[in-house]
Write a protein that binds this ligand. Structure first.
Ligand SMILES: Nc1ncnc2c1ncn2[C@@H]1O[C@H](COP(=O)(O)OP(=O)(O)OP(=O)(O)O)[C@@H](O)[C@H]1O
Length: 356
């Protein structure tokens, strides 16, 4: 397997949801500071608002919170908002950074009362650290093991009450004992285009860029339901508008800029379109095996599977079936191609995925 290739391909993408170094530099300035500024996610916002308000009313610490959802949907932002709304500091770390139980013990023992501990990618923590976390979450206590072998002793250490905010892209991977210790779980959904337009207008204001309604709508439609991508595309369109136009982002400048960056009207990039194009033109829409499809586009199997396919599946352009990858009617329409006749070989008629 070559997951590095998939990671590299994902990191290079303008429409990738994982933060790159450029994003990290500007994201702090673009983050909403309170629940009212946080766009969308109405259900999570309302439920979380109640959890925090009740904790404030009791004068206590908020329950532990688990946030699940794809990268770039606002989990880190929400954890900072939780701390701000509770008027407490926040400590940020991640599962992969905690490999030994001792790493976690030293973080936990240095927390102040009420502090928020944000643990990103909580599903990637080591097992011993995870077990230590169970007790810390439930009893605000950890057992620090001193020594080795039969002479090892557990020294109990009391912790101040704190709020753990765990974030995960894979809630299903969390062991049930860990999941059960969270008082509140919020599932973050992809954003609707109208919500992304609000994110874009807000960010444009902070970046001092003028964007009209149609320009924001054009960027929102290509942002794959993800605020991080919307903010990134906004910055690239701003560059284009400043260099090739008068600086104002209109529908025309947004569309022209994103054409330069090869992000199409639906948010597909060069790789996504290459996969679809090969599936349609070389294999009549499928079914075709993943390895064959990967060879046809000159990419690693993992890159096609991990980087291109999830969004194509989400968009209803491609289906993974037991017989291989199959294009849907929407895929033919999106690339402006006519599907072959249903009776003509391994075509749409056999897959049942096409309309009449
Ligand atoms: N609801 C929102 N309203 C406005 N901006 C948002 C919202 N959600 C996210 N953003 C913006 O998107 C960017 C990415 O958000 P954030 O870092 O919180 O995502 P994340 O889910 O924690 O991603 P990851 O899983 O990769 O850490 C931030 O700059 C933030 O400003």
């Amino acid at each position: 397997m070559n997951w590095d290739d998939a990671d590299n391909a994902a990191a290079d993408r303008l429409v990738g949801a994982v933060a790159d170094s450029d994003d990290q530099a500007v994201e702090a300035a673009l983050r909403p500071r309170d629940l009212d500024e946080f766009v969308g996610q109405e259900r999570v916002r309302e439920q979380l608002g109640l959890v925090l308000q009740a904790a404030r009313k009791r004068g206590g610490t908020a329950d532990h919170v688990l946030l699940s959802g794809a990268p770039g949907l606002g989990k880190t932002t929400l954890s900072m908002i939780i701390a701000a709304e509770m008027g407490v500091p926040i400590r940020i770390t991640s599962g992969p950074a905690i490999q030994h139980a001792g790493d976690l013990a030293s973080i936990l023992s240095s927390l102040t009362e009420g502090e928020v501990l944000f643990l990103d990618e909580i599903h990637r923590m080591s097992r011993p650290a995870e077990e230590m976390l169970y007790m810390a979450m439930e009893d605000f206590r950890v057992d620090v093991i001193v020594g080795k072998g039969p002479g090892a002793t557990a020294i109990p250490l009391e912790l101040p009450p704190f709020t753990l905010v765990g974030a995960t892209t894979r809630a299903g991977l969390l062991p049930p004992p860990l999941r059960d210790r969270f008082g509140f779980t919020g599932h973050m959904e992809f954003y609707a285009p109208a919500e992304l337009e609000r994110v874009i207008h807000r960010s444009a204001g902070l970046l001092d860029v003028v964007v009209d309604a149609a320009g924001a709508a054009e960027i929102a439609g290509r942002s794959r339901g993800t605020p991080r991508i919307a903010n990134r595309l906004l910055r690239r369109v701003r560059d284009y508008a400043q260099v090739r136009a008068d600086g104002t982002i209109t529908r025309q400048t947004a569309a022209a800029a994103l054409e330069v960056y090869e992000v199409d009207a639906r948010g597909l990039d060069r790789l996504d379109r290459a996969v679809l194009h090969a599936l349609l033109t070389l294999f009549g829409g499928g079914p075709v095996g993943l390895s064959t499809l990967a060879v046809a586009v000159g990419e690693e199997r993992e890159t096609v599977e991990e980087v291109a396919e999830p969004f194509l599946v989400r968009e209803g352009l491609l289906a993974r079936t037991p017989r291989g990858r199959v294009a849907t009617g929407a895929a033919w329409a999106h690339l402006g191609l006519a599907p072959p006749h249903p009776t003509g070989g391994a075509g749409p008629g056999q897959t049942g995925l096409f309309g009449p």
